[in-house]
Design a protein around this ligand. Structure first.
Ligand SMILES: [Zn+2]
Length: 371
């Protein structure tokens, strides 16, 4: 679209364009028409913008009670095209506002849309992925930096986070859980039991752990390959793997990411809604009966991430997340002809056929006995 990709919304009312476009352009965001004078001016200078209406501001809904209890925050649309959480959060808010659901103790914050620009554009992110390298910064450059400066203090003022997402491929809902208790350098943690208890009654049948540890191993390998000459860049920083839940744990809280289903699956908002209710009940914020424990949860542990070495590295087939692989199965072939075979039985997770060189190509998971 004439080179314009970036919009900054919220209190800021300005737009940046992508480098290379040099003319005034107009584009649609929802039903709003936005004009950009000079999208060439990047990266730091805000550009004057005319728009018929501002995009929605950053919004959180806060419900407090007079009885002590946990402080829970529920987030939706960290990725703007993942709207099941937004729908479920709004439904819960309406129930609370009408008095159909009663908060008995503790504190609940609902954030229906964490990334308003991406949400308005109906795509994953604005300038970059909000769910990577998440942390406050003194020198915000990208739109998501501004979001992080708003979202991080909000997260840090809570005890528990339930972050609601959806995914592109097919398949069943799954929950991403943090590490086991440990005092290691990557993600020290002491509240695994609380996360595990909620995983068991969230209502989904698949749980995945091992994200940040596997990511950090992958970054270490990437650094080795890149050698001393590698410039400091985000993809060489282990902190790049830090999203909402990892940030929450780094601040003394605990957290789960729930992937509620395929983006368009009409059941995904139901999965999200049920999970919020179950979380409220499990934490004692409402007086609903404690949710039942899911009898059989398939537990998977990520243990390896494989980068592309070359953009032309190719998969042997169109892998989808949680496709099973057996020892010796051909996963893909590198541009130089090297064949990649599965070294053990397990699953392919988060395959990205369109990854660039030095980016994550796919993850491997194996069965764990955690649940
Ligand atoms: Zn997501």
């Amino acid at each position: 679209m004439l080179g314009v990709e970036r919009v900054v919304v919220g209190q800021h009312q300005w737009v940046r364009g992508r480098k290379g476009g040099a003319r005034t352009v107009a584009f649609e965001v929802g039903r709003q028409r936005i004009l950009v004078d000079n999208p060439k001016t990047l990266p730091d200078t805000p550009i004057a913008m005319t728009t018929t209406a501002p995009l929605p501001p950053l919004k959180s809904l806060s419900y407090a009670t007079t009885s002590p209890g946990p402080r829970l925050i529920v987030t939706g649309a960290v990725h703007g095209n993942e709207v099941c959480g937004t729908q479920a959060i709004r439904r819960i808010a309406e129930e609370l506002d009408r008095g159909e659901r009663v908060l008995q103790r503790g504190h609940l914050t609902l954030v229906p849309v964490c990334n308003p620009m991406a949400y308005a554009l109906q795509r994953r992110h604005g300038d970059r992925n909000l769910n990577r390298a998440l942390g406050p910064t003194d020198s915000p450059r990208e739109y998501e930096d501004q979001l992080a400066n708003w979202l991080c203090p909000l997260l840090a003022s809570h005890d528990v986070l339930l972050d609601l997402h959806s995914f592109q491929g097919g398949g069943q809902a799954f929950v991403m859980v943090g590490p086991r208790n440990n005092d290691g350098p990557v993600e020290p943690f002491g509240q695994a039991e609380a996360e595990e208890a909620l995983v068991r009654c969230l209502g989904v049948q698949r749980a995945v752990d091992g994200w940040l540890g596997t990511y950090a191993d992958g970054v270490a390998r990437r650094r080795q390959l890149a050698g001393e000459s590698a410039a400091a860049s985000l993809d060489l920083d282990p902190r790049y793997g830090v999203g909402t839940t990892e940030y929450m744990r780094s601040q003394g809280g605990w957290a789960l990411t729930l992937e509620c289903g395929q983006h368009q699956d009409p059941q995904a908002p139901e999965v999200a809604y049920r999970a919020i209710r179950n979380t409220l009940a499990q934490l004692g914020l409402t007086d609903e009966p404690r949710p039942p424990v899911v009898p059989a949860i398939e537990a998977l542990s990520l243990h390896q991430v494989v980068d592309k070495h070359h953009a032309e590295d190719r998969f042997a087939r169109e892998w989808r997340s949680f496709d099973a692989v057996r020892t010796g199965d051909l996963i893909g072939t590198r541009q130089d002809g090297e064949a990649l075979h599965a070294e053990g039985d397990g699953w392919i997770v988060f395959p990205n056929a369109r990854a660039q060189a030095r980016q994550e190509w796919f993850y491997l998971a194996r069965r764990s006995q955690r649940f």
